[in-house]
Design a protein around this ligand. Structure first.
Ligand code: SF4
Ligand code: SF4
Length: 323
């Protein structure tokens, strides 16, 4: 019997949804364990970092790395897994584009820590903010250092393939495992399981050329079946988002949130979306346009929900060394 494939799965700054995405390959899991061993996956089994350090370089055949790089631990393990893996996949939106954790890039690290540790959801009467070193009776405790911003995996190590999606679909996951198992790999740098068009191109809702009079959140309106959600005022990112998912959210009457990343040559999904929206407002004056735009709840968080770490906006914080 041929030697089994060795798979590593790691989570950095992420929510754990990518691991659920991997489980969604369903009954193919039985096929997977026939041909592959999981040699590292701290999310579901008690692996230690020292287990990885003890592996020879290139020992892991394919590493599915999810999550962005938020702190020194994320970066250290990314560098370690790069050494130990033949094929490194940026798995999911957070590893590929920064994802939701990268929305924190709109704030300073100090503000984020204060918000997390000293506001209404935290019982912290003396206002302790965790730092990298802390002395206790038993000795010195160390925590990872929080970086100034979330970076993509490819910002800190060499990445072979990208698999956007929140989480990636089971079809994408299975395709990459089969490609590694067969040795039939796509060109380095490929985005696996995505198309070269936009989600709008995969969506069968009718575009009637109707201008937007007001924005609604999905729960505030019953959208008309078969009609473009954006034209009804629901902020759908389909025009700014890469195809490949077959418009699965829209099929479930939910707007596209943009998890496959920027469509086409765009390097800034949020800017592309805001530009598209700007040409669709039912406004004949700046004042009217402002009134409509004000009805959009959390424009930055909505249009940059997944793409903040690769957006041009990071360049707007020179005080954080992001010139
Ligand atoms: S904006 Fe959304 S609903 Fe409208 S056509 Fe594009 S994907 Fe479909
Ligand atoms: S419709 Fe948009 S948010 Fe939904 S899976 Fe596709 S790309 Fe992701």
């Amino acid at each position: 019997m041929a030697e089994k494939l060795k798979i590593g799965i790691y989570w950095a700054a992420s929510c754990g949804g990518c691991e659920i995405g991997i489980l969604e390959i369903g009954d193919k899991l039985l096929d997977l364990i026939e041909v592959a061993d999981l040699v590292f996956c701290p999310c579901i089994l008690d692996f230690k970092y020292d287990d990885v350090r003890a592996m020879p370089d290139g020992y892991i055949d394919v590493c599915l790395f999810n999550g962005g790089i938020r702190n020194s631990e994320n970066q250290e393990i990314a560098e370690l897994l790069r050494e130990k893996s033949k094929v490194m996949v940026a798995y999911g939106s957070c590893a590929s584009e920064g994802g939701i954790p990268a929305l924190g890039n709109l704030f300073s690290t100090d503000d984020l820590l204060k918000r997390a540790y000293t506001t209404e959801t935290t019982d912290n009467p003396v206002g302790i903010i965790p730092g990298p070193g802390h002395s206790v009776e038993e000795g010195e405790l160390h925590l990872p250092t929080v970086h100034d911003r979330v970076r993509r995996l490819s910002d800190v190590i060499d990445v072979d393939y990208f698999m956007p999606g929140c989480p990636p679909t089971e079809i994408q996951t299975w395709a990459v495992i089969q490609a590694v198992a067969s040795g039939n790999l796509p060109p380095k740098g490929s985005k696996v399981g995505v198309g070269d068009k936009s989600v709008c191109d995969e969506c069968d809702r009718e575009r009637r050329g109707v201008k937007i009079k007001k924005f609604f959140r999905p729960h505030e309106i019953i959208a008309e079946d078969g009609w473009c959600l954006l034209e009804q005022g629901i902020l759908c990112l389909g025009s700014a988002t890469r195809s490949g998912c077959e418009a699965r959210c829209i099929d479930a009457n939910m707007p596209c949130r943009g998890c496959y990343g920027a469509a086409g040559e765009s390097k800034d999904q949020g800017a592309a979306m805001l530009s598209a929206v700007g040409s669709m407002l039912a406004a004949d004056s700046i004042e009217k346009a402002e009134e409509i735009v004000k009805s959009m709840v959390d424009p930055a968080g909505t249009t940059y929900r997944f793409g903040m770490a690769e957006s041009m906006l990071v360049r707007h914080f020179p005080e954080r060394g992001q010139g």
